[in-house]
Design a protein around this ligand. Sequence first.
Ligand SMILES: CC(C)(COP(=O)(O)OP(=O)(O)OC[C@H]1O[C@@H](n2cnc3c(N)ncnc32)[C@H](O)[C@@H]1OP(=O)(O)O)[C@@H](O)C(=O)NCCC(=O)NCCS
Length: 265
Amino acid sequence: MRLNENTQIIGKHVNLVPYEPKHVSKYHNWMQSRELQQLTASEPLTLEKEYEMQKTWRMDHDKCTFLILCWKKYETTKDENKALIGDTNLFLHTEQDSGEKVAEIEIMIAEPDMRGKGLGWESTLLMLKYGVKYLNVKKFVAKIGIDNVASIRMFQKIEFQEEARSKVFNEVTLYRRVNEKWLKWLDGQAIARGPSIGMVCKTSSSSWRARCKCTSIQQGTLGSGGCIACVYVRVLDPVQVPAAGVPLGPDGTEPAPPLLVTLEF
Ligand SMILES: CC(C)(COP(=O)(O)OP(=O)(O)OC[C@H]1O[C@@H](n2cnc3c(N)ncnc32)[C@H](O)[C@@H]1OP(=O)(O)O)[C@@H](O)C(=O)NCCC(=O)NCCS
């Protein structure tokens, strides 16, 4: 969907970043794995189809996707593709009876050596929070292979309950309704990295200006260092920043409109 095409979500150990054409080749390689095809109930696509799929994920109003970037790997390599470890998706629809938004959530930590480190957990919680806060989701469902113990346990730990079981599809459907108690639980999970930039705005070909969530307006040069609060600016790939400068707001302080929205929950 277009809503999140310029959004990245900052967690404690992962960033969720928009799916872009530069990521397709790596994604395509992941999906050649028989194990992943089976665990995610996916069919392998040609590279060409995978590029089409990326566009679909970007454009369709009922699909929201983020790729998962391991922050530690990114810090070491400074290479977004090397730091990618998986993806998480929401398929949205409106429930006929209640008129409420329902989202089917998917999660994949594609790199086997990155599993079992809490990264799937963190990415899922970030996506759930995004769904509640920005997409007004009132109910989540997860369809999981009956033998996928890791995924079933994880969603049970996130307080999902069984809704249905299909022998034909060999899958179990878990669900979670959004309510105050669960939101409180979600908010209580330690998945935030700390104070971060709220919005980033490019003011000329190489400089940026941003309002930090915790302090004041920060500014600097793309790719340069900066104050500790601006560390989040440096993780942004300058390629993602459109070439044209964007004017500041009328009072000269608030960046408007945001080019890259960085969310921290
Ligand atoms: C399922 C998956 C998302 C879990 O993410 P992960 O990063 O490996 O798991 P985490 O380290 O975040 O663990 C979170 C919880 O999941 C459960 N879990 C994870 N791995 C498990 C395993 N091997 N056995 C049993 N439970 C497991 C546990 O409840 C764990 O919490 P705990 O560590 O407090 O016990 C990940 O393994 C994955 O993507 N696998 C391949 C693709 C897939 O199966 N996707 C789901 C399709 S529905």
